[in-house]
Design a protein around this ligand. Sequence first.
Ligand SMILES: NC(=[NH2+])NCCC[C@H](N)C(=O)O
Length: 323
Amino acid sequence: MNPSDFQLRPVAEPDLDALQGLAAGVSPGIGSLRNDRQLLAQRIERSLQAFATADDDVSGEESYLFVLEQQGRLLGCSGIAARAGYGSRFYSYRNEFVVATSAALGLTQRTHTLHLCHDLTGATLLTSFYIAPQAPLEAAQLLSRARLLFLQLHAARFSDRIVAEFPGLLDAQGHSPFWDAVGRRFFDMDYPQAEAVAGGRSKAFIADLMPQSPIYVPLLPEAAQRAIGQLHPDGELPFDILLSEGFDAESYIDIFDGGPTAEGRLQALRSVRAARPVGELAGQACIACTRTREGFRAQLLAPGAVPPNPDALATPLNLEALA
Ligand SMILES: NC(=[NH2+])NCCC[C@H](N)C(=O)O
């Protein structure tokens, strides 16, 4: 593998066929990339608009989509939504622990509860991560982390709070134990159907139909309890990349499938803290990107490689190697 073969850039109109090819590889109910040609064409359109919008004109509605290519072949994509739940609300369950004490019995009970909340509304959302299974790990790093450099370079357009939702555990039949115990009681539909209705976007029907009072976790069936905060195997790679950046996944879960939601502060992320002008990182493998917005490009540089663009911003590929 030649690291410089991998290039990340904003999605463009001619990518539609290849993008649909990628979306066909995504298991149903996983992630925010859907195999729907019309939706994908709209996403490309929205992304072109987002990259073209001047700093003074951003609203928070912008949704950016990047693609990773290897010598002209599309290998993956990843996205950023400037503000989660733009124009409406963004829903999550927040983990809270209620402590009850009985002096008479000498007992203290700590009970896990889930609270429907809008805490993450307005945060910047990392979306649509998908990479072909045969792609090397470094390519996945480039695909996920170049977004963080983009956020850093154009920070005024984004929130300082960065969030990503990950798919929850499904059983062998594709049923979500968490959905079956919670959402299904109120929506009266199967998990895949609910996903299709939600279309990966906030919908008022969530507020209309979900129960507003906290859920006491011990009252849920065992399988649903076990699924809380559990990751679907398809989410492992992108989840691990964000956790090593310093994202935290303790506080929030997905309201449908109970999957973990990761959150972090941009300035505290390791790639961001380690970012330098490319010249200062010449001795090590790194992820380097242009400072431009519309013509954004990012790539991997081998140790000692001559950066094609001396003005690039770079971050070490292997954060463990950081002094
Ligand atoms: N797996 C899912 N689609 N869950 C629904 C996510 C909803 C999202 N947090 C929102 O409020 O828009």
